[in-house]
Write a protein that binds this ligand. Sequence first.
Ligand code: ADP
Length: 334
Amino acid sequence: ISLVRPEASDLERAAEAALRPRRLDEFVGQHVVRDQLSLVLDAAVGRGKAPDHVLLSGPPGLGKTTLAMIIAAELGASLRVTSGPAIQHAGDLAAVLSSLEENEVLFLDEIHRLARPAEELLYVAMEDFRVDVIVGKGAGASAIPLSLPPFTVVGATTRAGLLPAPLRDRFGFTAHLDFYSADELEQVLTRSAGLLGVPLEATAAAEIASRSRGTPRIANRLLRRVRDWAQVRGDGRLSLSAAQAALEVYEVDALGLDRLDRAVLTALCTRFGGGPVGLTTLAVAVGEEPETVETVAEPFLVREGLVGRTPRGRIAMPAAWEHLGLTPPSPTGT
Ligand code: ADP
């Protein structure tokens, strides 16, 4: 299992709970979002009313769940958590909605995966604070409107572009989370180390941050592995050399690439002369499914400017050769 994929297992989510910032002023980075959100929340608190619905978009591991919890905390409201895939039928959503209390916050993770009938029910609930409860079956069925107390939906999605416009339009405030700078990740790590009670040296924090792909979840995960190494094979201190040794064990390199990422780059450079090469051919060369190469390895390689996509296939960018310590073939072929 790779340490640098941004998704979390349920087990990891439990470990993460201890490291979540509880209030907006503990949330590292994302200054624009924080500033805008604090206005929205302070205004709502001042009026004693539920704020507009909030949509959070951005890649996994950047703090959407954390922000949803912070929103509830800042409002002094309780939080209900569910997700698009957890809601199988519109009736499941109707049950959740009709049990909401006044000013509660409903966190809907992966909102782009809601089934269409549930989505339509949600529009109405968000706009008119009403659900239509269907009574009876077939031709005799009728809808009884049930009015809901005011509440706030916080939706989260990794794919804002997949949300149908009518759903997107129901959110009064939309925030997009971006990848974190190395500096911000160092702050996340320093904070986490403090909470875990481990002595993290500044040079080690910088080293872990630079391998964390701009993602707090990955930073915290690498920190836990470095802590293990320091405890078992080191002297307990999370020093630069401990960080480097631990991350070598886990095959996370200086750029945060793992074994699959490096296999793709190496194949691209050494077997296909830097490309262009088709995705399927490349995948066969590394012994993976094309889909795995495309969805697991490629996004970060492209984002880092290591791999390019062209109409004729994948190509190695100059940074890829440099990262592998290889010399690209000269353009004239000599
Ligand atoms: P998402 O819901 O976007 O997948 P999470 O909110 O679950 O991400 O965050 C993943 C982990 O990273 C959590 O442990 C969280 O505490 C930490 N984290 C995320 N963003 C920040 C931040 N801005 N400051 C501090 N820790 C953060």
